[in-house]
Write a protein that binds this ligand. Structure first.
Ligand code: SF4
Ligand code: SF4
Length: 265
């Protein structure tokens, strides 16, 4: 779950930082979390959850999320919908806990650890660097338990290291765009960014059922894989995002279209 910022510790932690925590069914606070929380989702979260529920990405997004536009960056984000009542519980919370536990989103996996990404000076020059922090909500009794962890061990036990690997390129795109020198996105770019980030089945139609494949020089094997493999298509989506957001020339327009100055999106 994502915390209210008042419970986020201001001390930066590393993968070696230690903490004591255990969450289990017999704990007094069981199922008292996962309510009224702003759970931002990532591209890989959607692929895992829509597959589990047997839905298309469009159906999943429509049924379980709303869109948040970040004021500073103007980037669109899918956020998990909580029930619209006083209780405000996550729609996936059952009496037994999370009903999609094996496919729960990255932020749920991380809790009670939070993760951020920042451009920092490194020995190889400025580069994106991860940092971590602890979230200490008074109602969460997990810290009173006696299981010791390092943050590295926690990430691995929660399977969130795979999620980070899958989402890394997307998070770096967010970071590279999110600075005062970059122009805000117009409605069209926001829609394209949302589609390529989250609505993978719509993106597949966009790629395969329009003139898209004729416009760009693309690797045949990559294209073939993208037809049926969501992960390959997601990775291509990141490439496409870098191109339309003018971060990198990741795609090459075919010579004949260059001459005609055909728009790229
Ligand atoms: S997806 Fe599962 S773990 Fe995440 S907020 Fe909902 S019920 Fe809680
Ligand atoms: S220990 Fe924390 S994470 Fe686990 S059920 Fe209690 S409040 Fe939720």
């Amino acid at each position: 779950m994502l915390p209210s910022t008042e419970y986020v510790e201001s001390v930066e932690r590393t993968l070696d930082s230690k903490f004591t925590f255990k969450c289990h069914k017999d704990i007094s606070c069981f199922n008292k979390c996962c309510h009224n929380t702003d759970m931002l989702l990532t591209p890989y979260d959607i692929i895992r959850m829509k597959k589990r529920l047997g839905l298309s990405s469009s159906e999943f997004l429509q049924k379980y999320t709303y869109t948040h536009i970040d004021e500073k960056s103007s980037h669109p984000f899918a956020v998990l919908t909580m029930n619209d009542d006083e209780d405000g519980r996550c729609c996936f919370l059952s009496s037994e806990g999370c009903s999609i536990y094996e496919d729960r989103p990255a932020n749920c996996r991380y809790y009670p650890v939070g993760k951020g990404l920042m451009i920092r000076d490194t020995e190889n020059g400025p580069a994106p660097v991860d940092f971590y922090f602890f979230i200490k909500q008074p109602s969460c009794r997990g810290y009173d338990e006696d299981r010791d962890w390092s943050i590295a061990e926690w990430r691995s036990a929660q399977g969130v290291d795979l999620y980070d690997e899958m989402n890394r390129e997307w998070q770096e795109i967010q970071l590279r765009r999110d600075n005062p020198g970059k122009p805000k996105l117009d409605d069209k770019k926001q829609s394209l960014m949302y589609m390529a980030s989250y609505d993978i089945d719509k993106f597949r139609k966009f790629v395969f059922e329009s003139g898209f494949l004729n416009l760009f020089e693309l690797d045949k094997d990559e294209v073939e894989k993208m037809q049926s493999d969501d992960i390959a298509l997601m990775q291509f989506g990141f490439k496409y995002l870098k191109y339309i957001l003018m971060l990198e020339e990741t795609l090459k327009v075919k010579e004949e279209y260059k001459k005609e100055k055909t728009p790229v999106n």
